[in-house]
Ligand binder design. Sequence first.
Ligand SMILES: CC(=O)SCCNC(=O)CCNC(=O)[C@H](O)C(C)(C)COP(=O)(O)OP(=O)(O)OC[C@H]1O[C@@H](n2cnc3c(N)ncnc32)[C@H](O)[C@@H]1OP(=O)(O)O
Ligand SMILES: O=C([O-])CC(=O)C(=O)O
Length: 372
Amino acid sequence: MTVTRGLEGVVATTSSISSIIDDTLTYVGYNIDDLAVNASFEEVIYLLWHRKLPTQSELEKLNKLLAENAELPKEVLDHFKMYPIDKVHPMGALRSAVSLLGLYDEDADKMDAESNYLKAVRLQAKIPTIVTAFARVRKGLEPIAPRTDLSFAANFLYMLTGNEPEAIAVEAFNKALVLHADHELNASTFTARVCVATLSDVYSGVTAAIGALKGPLHGGANEAVMKMLSEIGSPDNVESYIREKLNNKEKIMGFGHRVYRQGDPRAKHLKAMSEKLTKLTGEPEYYEMSTKIEAIVTGEKNLPPNVDFYSASVYHSLGIDHDLFTPIFAVSRVSGWLAHILEQYENNRLIRPRADYTGPGMQTYVPVDQRG
Ligand SMILES: CC(=O)SCCNC(=O)CCNC(=O)[C@H](O)C(C)(C)COP(=O)(O)OP(=O)(O)OC[C@H]1O[C@@H](n2cnc3c(N)ncnc32)[C@H](O)[C@@H]1OP(=O)(O)O
Ligand SMILES: O=C([O-])CC(=O)C(=O)O
């Protein structure tokens, strides 16, 4: 057996949702650079789920469905008050809440295409409400009900703070959502597909995917980048901090990628936003630290920043709690997970690779009282 560690380079499925070819990322054939500048996140959701951009009326219909489905069952909100809320990571809370949500959806185990589409709408609509409600409840604040007259990006920021966000914050947040929406067969999307390929339900697939996104080698890296920036504290400390980490063969969070070789095309958009927002908030040092880190890591290791690197200082500038960065990734990426889950159901086959066994040879069972 030939083992491909980490399945590097293994092509495990066909997909018509997104592609990474020669370091260019497209959603259904649209270059991410084009979408980042021009598209609303709602249009991207439609694009990923329908493989075409919506007409005005199709978009309005989706917006209405999302708005109508954004409220949470009372049981899910009450649940937040039941666990040790100050000790729980919001990704753990999100994972549990999504699983719980499935218990209150009568269609959870229906497998026809229409029921699965409607479950996708419900999850896409409710996940921002879960993340923002949890963020407030843990501070002793009341959750804020979603509004039907705001865009997806604006509504998220509104539910988080209770204030209507400024246009620049909405623009930045929308762009971040667009940039994070899908990414071919990344670890969390693969997890979702493996899960539903057993013909398990949509809630199980998304719960599994949240678990995979949480890790610092994947979505959890954005929070880890912020932790690093906070530890460094000032541009003057970057050089010694990063060189020490590299000398100790530690990884620098937010750098490297399994697929991209020349660089992650999403990073430049986040970098530009980081520069603009950190200036506006009067904390340009976060951008300065970031660019200094980039210069050293790129120079020493030839590793360019990935999507998680500059998103950290962007979210920080938007005033978002650092441990909400990865849940925000999920708010966007759930659109891609759902597109892949629906695609998997359309042409399903169980995903079941092999392992090259490296344990002991054949052994004979010895009863417990005779074992030395
Ligand atoms: C949305 C996302 O998921 S984007 C990725 C987010 N994750 C991170 O930013 C975490 C930091 N980066 C990493 O850990 C890796 O680059 C990954 C997980 C993204 C990709 O991993 P892989 O393709 O498996 O590469 P692997 O971890 O084997 O690294 C290959 C070599 O580059 C080095 N390397 C890779 N990333 C980094 C890094 N961030 N800092 C320092 N060295 C690194 C490794 O130490 C290894 O060196 P070696 O061959 O001398 O042992
Ligand atoms: O594709 C990957 O391996 C990780 C990534 O960048 C993403 O999920 O956005």
